[in-house]
Design a protein around this ligand. Structure first.
Ligand code: G3P
Ligand code: MG
Length: 242
């Protein structure tokens, strides 16, 4: 297992979720200002078929809109405010499409872990939409695409065998190596609270970078790094400066 992607100890989660509204351009900018070199963001599909940057399949938590994301086209979504719910200083922030986000992140000089949330889409449709957005932008930094939906990753592998794929798990299953090999994945991503040291050692011994979400506690992060974990996803990198 070898590739030329190098992951840092800290990756900004959904941009920097605790310091700026998640999955927004303002958040990506804040991550870059803080010196992060990688961020993770989520993408899913909206009603007009574009990939947009949002974690949930509903608008309610992270915007001034309500209802299912899939019931709105991109033009309607652009009327929403996705910053003010977080803090008044972020008022006016617009929901980015995946291609807008890719362009912005690339200009900021950041490397990217793009997580696909397939929700009720077919894996094939979801993979096609992601590929369409990727074809619109020349992303010049490192890009790893991950998903809990391994069928979506399998479809992506067929459409774009050149893409680097990361397999997302909650708890690492016993057949993890088989899944990694089948998808020709470059990295394994899992829930930090469900990982044990034996698994961590086996994953890294097999040559896979091991990335854990979501860690906002310095002591826990140090224990994970000690176990051989490559990177942790954090909502707040400032915790690690203390
Ligand atoms: O990609 C790691 C992590 O973001 C997965 O969980 O729910 O925060 O997208 P979630
Ligand atoms: Mg995510």
């Amino acid at each position: 297992m070898s590739n030329n992607i190098t992951f840092p100890p800290l990756i900004g989660h959904r941009g920097v979720k605790e310091l700026a509204p998640e999955n927004t351009l303002a958040g990506f900018e804040r991550a870059a200002e803080l010196g992060l070199t990688w961020i993770e963001i989520d993408t899913t599909l909206c009603g007009s078929g574009e990939c947009v940057i949002m974690h949930d399949d509903t608008l309610d938590r992270c915007s001034n809109g309500h209802g299912a994301l899939i019931d709105f086209n991109f033009e309607q979504l652009q009327q929403l405010d996705v910053g003010a719910w977080f803090a008044p200083s972020f008022q006016g922030e617009q929901l980015p499409s995946l291609s807008q986000a890719l362009l912005y992140i690339d200009r900021l000089g950041l490397n990217l872990n793009l997580e696909i949330k397939t929700y009720q889409q077919s894996p094939k449709h979801m993979a096609q939409a992601v590929c369409h957005a990727l074809s619109q932008v020349e992303f010049s930094h490192s890009l790893v695409i991950s998903s809990f939906c391994h069928d979506t990753l399998a479809e992506l592998k067929v459409l774009r065998p050149d893409l680097a794929l990361g397999v997302l798990f909650e708890e690492v299953p016993t057949d993890w190596l088989c899944i990694m090999r089948r998808l020709n994945a470059v990295s394994l991503h899992c829930d930090s609270d469900l990982l044990n040291e034996t698994q961590a050692k086996a994953i890294t011994a097999a040559g896979y970078p091991l990335l854990c979400y979501t860690v906002n506690n310095k002591k826990q992060a140090e224990q994970l790094w000690q176990m051989g974990v490559t990177s942790i996803f954090t909502d707040n990198p400032l915790i690690f400066n203390k």
